[in-house]
Every structure is written in structure tokens, then in C-alpha cells.
Design a binder for this molecule. Structure first.
Ligand SMILES: [Zn+2]
Ligand SMILES: [Zn+2]
Length: 173
């Protein structure tokens, strides 16, 4: 019985929306460096849904997130930060797109983003609908989109490399 109890404790702080679909529980390792997230402090989880199914999921530690954002163009980083700051509207429950306010029940394609620290959630969940992530992606530079494409190709064979990541990895830190 002991291992099960330990699992319940592990799961307590991270909402199910941010659990790994593949691991059937909270993410344990950074997608990029493969280190144990429990000891790395801050990390960001991003899950992309199409037709309400997870097609892409990632957990990235702060150090890897910083490396990635350094590779992106500074205009794109500014664009992403600006988009977050100007359009983000907090809601009590994660049942609307946090950028356009459209009710989540009415769309099947969306992204869930969460910033976590070890086994707890640092910020409330962020939901972004496909329309808003396309709008944001449309404002990013070619270079940044290439880096995002490489990232997906390197770590997620089989996922289309032109998948819209939103708002990109690293901008939350
Ligand atoms: Zn890492
Ligand atoms: Zn939206």
C-alpha cells in the first residue's frame, strides 16, 4: 500500500489538467534535459489538445526554458510577453480562453499552460484557444517559428512541426 500513498501525495498539488497523459500522473522529468523535475524548482507544462485529445505535451525546466528563449529572436520574445500582458484576462475557473474569453465548452482545440514549482502549481492554469494561439504565432518571426519547429521535431517525432505552440515555452519565466 505504501507506494500508492506516496503517489497520492505527489499528485496533491498539481491539477489533473497538467498531468502527463503518457505518464498518467504529474510530469516527472524535463522533456529536454531529462532531469527529475522534483529537484529543479520551476518548470512549465504545456499540453495541446485537438478534438479534446492530447496531441502534444511537454514539461520544461527553467534552465532549458531559458536556453530556448535565448535562441528565439528578441522581437518574438517581446511579442509573446506583450501578448500575454495585453490580452490575458484571469478568470476564477479555467473554463474560458484566457485571451478572448470564449467559453471552453465551445471549442475542441486549445492549449493548457501551467507554471509549477516542484509539486505545486505556481500560477493558475492558463487556457488558450486555437484561434488565439494562431493569432500569436502569426506575430512571431520566422526564426522563432523555426526554433519551435526544430524543438518539436527533436523531441516529438510524429507531431507536425508546424503545430502552434502558445505562448511559447520560456515566456512564463
Ligand atoms: Zn531541463
Ligand atoms: Zn481565445
Amino acid at each position: 500500500m505504501l507506494p500508492e500513498e506516496t503517489n497520492e501525495n505527489r499528485d496533491a498539488g498539481i491539477p489533473e489538467e497538467l498531468h502527463s497523459f503518457a505518464e498518467e500522473g504529474p510530469f516527472r522529468k524535463c522533456t529536454i534535459c531529462d532531469k527529475d523535475l522534483e529537484h529543479l524548482g520551476l518548470y512549465e507544462v504545456q499540453k495541446v489538445y485537438r478534438d479534446k485529445e492530447v496531441i502534444f505535451e511537454t514539461a520544461i525546466c527553467q534552465a532549458c526554458g531559458e536556453d530556448l528563449s535565448r535562441e528565439m529572436s528578441s522581437e518574438s520574445m517581446e511579442t509573446m510577453k506583450g501578448f500575454m500582458l495585453c490580452n490575458f484576462t484571469p478568470t476564477e475557473e479555467p473554463d474560458h480562453c484566457h485571451f478572448c474569453g470564449y467559453p471552453k465548452a465551445l471549442f475542441d482545440n486549445f492549449t493548457v499552460i501551467g507554471a509549477c514549482r516542484e509539486l505545486s502549481l505556481l500560477l493558475p492554469l492558463i487556457i488558450m484557444c486555437e484561434k488565439c494561439s494562431e493569432e500569436l504565432q502569426g506575430q512571431l518571426s520566422e526564426k522563432t517559428r523555426d526554433i519551435q519547429g526544430d524543438f518539436i521535431r527533436d523531441h516529438f517525432p510524429g507531431v507536425p512541426a508546424d503545430l502552434d505552440l502558445s505562448p511559447s515555452v520560456g515566456t512564463l519565466f
